[in-house]
Ligand binder design. Structure first.
Ligand SMILES: [Zn+2]
Length: 57
């Protein structure tokens, strides 16, 4: 199935067996999204929180 990037409106291919919360990356703009599949089986994308390695002690 395919989802649409909310940032650049590009198509993101999502594997058929993808699950809720899976991280997908937009091939066009490189943004990472968390996959949200609703009960109708439609997918939408939520911008993933990027957790940096630098926590700034
Ligand atoms: Zn994009």
């Amino acid at each position: 199935m395919k989802c649409r990037c909310s940032e650049c409106d590009g198509e993101i291919a999502v594997p058929k067996d993808a699950v809720n919360g899976e991280i997908v990356t937009c091939p066009d703009c490189g943004l990472e999204f968390e996959l949200v599949i609703d009960k109708d089986g439609k997918c939408s994308l939520k911008v993933a929180e990027v957790v940096g390695e630098d926590w700034g002690e």
